[in-house]
Design a protein around this ligand. Structure first.
Ligand SMILES: [Zn+2]
Length: 107
């Protein structure tokens, strides 16, 4: 189950959350598991293929997870970071290409 205070995953038999020290109220234990946000999965997959799409989907997914309390926040964050890495590689490659081509133009 998950801590109601910080959302950390904890042992089902635990009385206290190891992350935040919050007491676990077992009577209010959430029995209904929230589904994983579909947009988070889409964003994560696309972060490898189409970084811009992955980035946008992951940002939307993060906002949706915040609002609805759905799972997938970590997935959306991962998708966001991965797509940003790919995107910065692209920007770097383009900049490098521009620098090289101007260098050859000068010569
Ligand atoms: Zn906690």
């Amino acid at each position: 189950m998950f801590c109601q205070n910080c959302g950390n995953q904890i042992d089902d038999n635990a009385d206290v959350c190891i992350k935040c020290g919050c007491l676990i109220n077992k009577s209010t234990k959430i029995t209904e598991e929230k589904p994983i946000n579909a947009m988070a999965i889409v964003g994560f997959v696309f972060s490898f293929i189409l970084d811009m799409v992955g980035l946008i989907c992951s940002i939307i997914a993060r906002n949706q997870c915040k609002k609805t309390g759905e799972k997938g926040m970590e997935l959306a964050t991962a998708g966001m970071i991965i797509s940003l890495v790919f995107l910065s590689f692209k920007v770097f490659a383009i900049l490098l290409a521009i620098i090289i081509s101007t260098f050859f133009l000068i010569i």
